[in-house]
Design a protein around this ligand. Structure first.
Ligand SMILES: *Cc1c(COP(=O)(O)O)cnc(C)c1O
Length: 458
């Protein structure tokens, strides 16, 4: 790969990893109930379970942690974090939370009432659960193409404005507490949203008085795709594009475990001072004081420093390039992967990979387990199991996408590691007929994918 540019960092600290033998891996997956979520991480060679909180922090971030102010109230580290969020994301009101779902919890508790309708561009598990816990019903308003793994579009995460308008007409704007905009869309494999789409959504939601709330977890990655793909933005910096995205929204929930290179942390950003006062009232109950929100002072320092690094052009370029490298290698070998390759992960189309396994036998779950046995590589199911059951009917939801997600931690693995991953997937691709389907042995009620147990079926 002659055009593969070297990373803009060098390695200062290492963490040993080991590959178990194949019989040991076979025993480990049985022990884990064929659920890669339940594997002991020491038994995993290359861990692509998530890119959340598993980033390698920089020397600057570690140094910042040493000056963290652990004061219970009025921590100077909170001031640094809030100032940094205001500078780069532009929200005047910053409420710290322990991670993204803490911000989602507070936001949905404030905004969602029973019987209301919550539109979003494909769901994110924790977002939807918080909407539903508050009595809301989720509505997917993403463009149809996002549900087709093979359609290639530059902004496959866009909201379909017609779908949104139709929902508004049906239920009334008063029954829509906010529009949740994921940019990029995690569950669609990190597909970005265009600035033009955000403009349209701003106009539409303003017209109806509906708040527009950004899920900013990977907004920097989205900004990169806008810079690379959208007319008129090629000469803008990542920081400028990020700010332009946020400027078009009323608030954001943030998981600092993603873009911000932190191991923990999050925040809720708002413009409405009254809503922010209410949020500060809730954060004390559920997270911690409004000047730490469940984070240690040192965590807030790491997040603040991470935000500054996240918008550096060479950092974000290296990140997206690495994800693309793995995706392109798999695609070149004929492995069915979600197209185009997104910002944080490569998603294998498990339904196409294992056509002999019916959906109700969970091909993505089966493929994730088989990939662990094949190469000690851990990915995660994003399909039937993650989609859960419909709260009204109790039936399994059947999303169009049945994926195994290989999420790439930031600044953690080398190109050689990604080659190991590619070779394991390709070897399994050549032996795909040997993979068997699964059935539930234990099915938890909420976010079932984390703790479910399975057994193989013939
Ligand atoms: C991770 C994530 C969240 C939730 O954040 P946590 O920090 O895991 O609680 C919400 N939305 C998206 C898109 C995410 O990736």
């Amino acid at each position: 790969m002659s055009n593969y540019q070297a990373e803009p960092w060098k390695i200062k600290m290492v963490e040993p990893i080991r590959q178990l033998s194949r019989p040991e891996r076979e025993a480990a997956i049985v022990q884990a109930g064929y659920n890669t979520c339940l594997l002991d991480s020491r038994d995993v060679y290359i861990d692509l379970f998530s890119d959340s909180g598993v980033n390698a922090m920089s020397d600057r971030q570690w140094a910042a942690m040493m000056v963290g102010d652990e004061a219970y109230a009025g921590s100077a580290s909170f001031t640094r974090l809030a100032d940094t969020v205001r500078a780069y994301y532009g929200y005047p009101e910053v409420i710290p939370t322990h991670q993204g779902r803490g911000a989602e919890h507070i936001l949905n508790r404030m905004l969602v009432r029973p019987g209301q309708h919550c539109p979003g561009n494909m769901y994110f598990p924790s977002t939807r659960v918080h909407q539903e816990l508050n009595g809301g019903a989720f509505h997917d308003v993403i463009i149809d193409e996002a549900h087709d793994p093979s359609t290639v579009l530059p902004f496959k995460g866009n909201v379909d404005c017609d779908k949104l308008e139709k929902l508004i007409a049906e239920v009334g704007a008063n029954n829509i507490p906010y529009l949740a905009l994921g940019a990029p869309v995690n569950m669609a494999g990190g597909q970005p949203v265009s600035m033009a789409n955000i403009d349209d959504l701003r106009a539409l939601t303003s017209e109806h008085g509906i708040p527009l709330i950004l899920d900013a977890a990977r907004a920097v990655e989205n900004a990169w795709f806008i810079q690379q793909r959208e007319a008129g933005w090629a000469n803008a910096s990542i920081a400028e594009i990020l700010r332009a995205m946020c400027d078009r929204t009323d608030g954001a929930t943030m998981s600092a475990k993603k873009d911000s290179y932190a191991n923990i942390g999050g925040w809720l950003g708002l413009r409405d001072a009254e809503l922010a006062t209410q949020a500060r009232g809730l954060v004390v109950l559920f997270e911690g004081l409004h000047t730490y929100g469940g984070m240690a002072g040192r965590d807030m320092e790491a997040v603040a420093q991470g935000i500054e690094e996240s918008v550096a052009e060479d950092n974000i370029r290296a990140r997206i390039q690495q994800v693309g490298y793995l995706g392109d290698r798999l695609a070149a070998a004929g492995v069915p992967v979600m197209q185009p390759i997104g910002g944080h992960c490569v998603c294998i189309d498990a339904a196409a990979f294992l056509p002999h396994i019916p959906r109700e036998r969970f091909p993505a779950q089966a493929l994730a387990a088989a990939l662990y046995v094949e190469g000690g590589v851990r990915g995660v199911e994003r399909g039937m199991i993650s989609a859960g059951r419909d709260p009204d009917t109790g039936e399994n939801r059947t999303p169009n996408l049945e994926l195994v997600r290989l999420a790439i931690p930031r600044r953690v693995y080398t190109q050689a590691h990604l080659d190991v991953v590619a070779e394991a997937v390709i070897s399994l691709w050549h032996n795909r007929d040997s993979v068997r389907g699964l059935r539930f042995v234990h099915e938890p009620r909420y976010l079932r994918f984390f703790q479910a147990h399975f057994a193989p079926v013939d």
